[in-house]
Write a protein that binds this ligand. Structure first.
Ligand code: SAM
Length: 283
């Protein structure tokens, strides 16, 4: 396991993922009944942007740093910035929250969070980070196994975030089948999957497998800040959201063009939301 999220903390991938995550948790909170949040690849909970590792890549400069001090933005983006600010002092960006931190900020006393992290050191860091939190369980476990171990949760409502490191060859192509199996265990759960985008062309087989295996409605939300013509390490990123909550698409349609305007490099890339189901064309 070579992947360390500290190199990527606060990049555009994190920005899109964490904004969508907040929108999803806000939707779950529209009902009073408790929910369960499961995260398969949880990371360490918070990242010091001054750490040597983070400073080496400085990916946050093209992500959170570009919007941290924005004052006039849609509510959802303001909620996201407020959450990042809660980890920092005096409007100075030093720490960037991991996904479990964003969720923790929004959790009510009766809601539950289950986290899996496989890297031994990152697991210890995450466990310490939430040591006093009774409603949060942190497991040193393979995230894909946790889908089998904890679904469906007793609350019967909630969200699963799948945010892999994509270290294994072809890991992305295994996910449609894996998601279909998880949906069999919990048909009504909301599942959100993050994926990197190099080019649309490279993703076509993934889209095809999704429409073949998934027989529930889902959204594809994508934000790219570089041209699709050059396959960089990360031209942008996307999220697949299965069983999307009511009006989530409208909420995201409001913020995506705003985000693209703030984050694009030389007006390259695109932002797009597509609603799909098993009868849709894949691409
Ligand atoms: N979700 C986190 C966030 O947004 O703050 C970032 C997670 S990072 C993209 C992926 C994490 O998965 C890394 O911390 C890595 O150590 C961990 N990891 C890699 N393979 C794993 C596996 N099979 N099961 C669980 N965690 C794994």
């Amino acid at each position: 396991m070579n992947y360390r999220h500290t190199y990527h903390a606060g990049n555009i991938g994190d920005v899109l993922k964490h904004i969508v995550l907040i929108a999803l948790i806000q939707s779950l909170k529209r009902k009073e009944t408790p929910f369960c949040y499961l995260e398969t690849h949880a990371g360490i909970g918070s990242y010091d942007l001054l750490a040597d590792t983070t400073q080496k890549s400085r990916e946050f400069e093209n992500g959170i740093q570009k919007i941290f001090n924005t004052e006039h933005s849609p509510d959802l983006i303001q909620d996201y910035i407020t959450c990042v600010k809660s980890l920092n002092q005096a409007n100075t960006l030093r720490y960037y929250p991991g996904s479990p931190y964003f969720v923790k900020q929004l959790l009510r006393s009766e809601d539950r969070m289950i986290l899996s992290e496989l890297h031994p050191e990152d697991f210890q860091t995450l466990k310490k980070f939430f040591i006093r939190e009774k409603q949060i369980a942190v497991h040193h476990q393979d995230g894909y196994q946790s889908l089998k171990a904890y679904l469906p949760p007793k609350e019967r409502r909630g969200l699963v975030l799948i945010d892999p490191a994509y270290e294994k060859p072809n890991e992305l192509m295994q996910l449609p089948k894996l998601l279909a199996e998880a949906l069999k265990r919990w048909e009504t759960g909301i599942f959100a999957l993050w994926y990197p985008i190099k080019t649309q062309e490279q993703l076509k087989p993934f889209y095809c497998e999704l429409t073949e295996y998934i027989h529930r409605p889902f959204l594809r939300v994508e934000l790219c800040v570089h041209s699709d013509e050059i396959a960089l390490e990360l031209n942008g990123c996307g999220m697949i959201i299965m069983n999307p909550p009511w009006q989530l698409d409208e909420k995201l349609e409001e913020i995506l063009p705003f985000l693209w305007n703030m984050l694009n490099i030389n007006k390259q890339g695109y932002n797009k939301i597509t609603s799909l189901n098993s009868n849709s064309e894949a691409v």
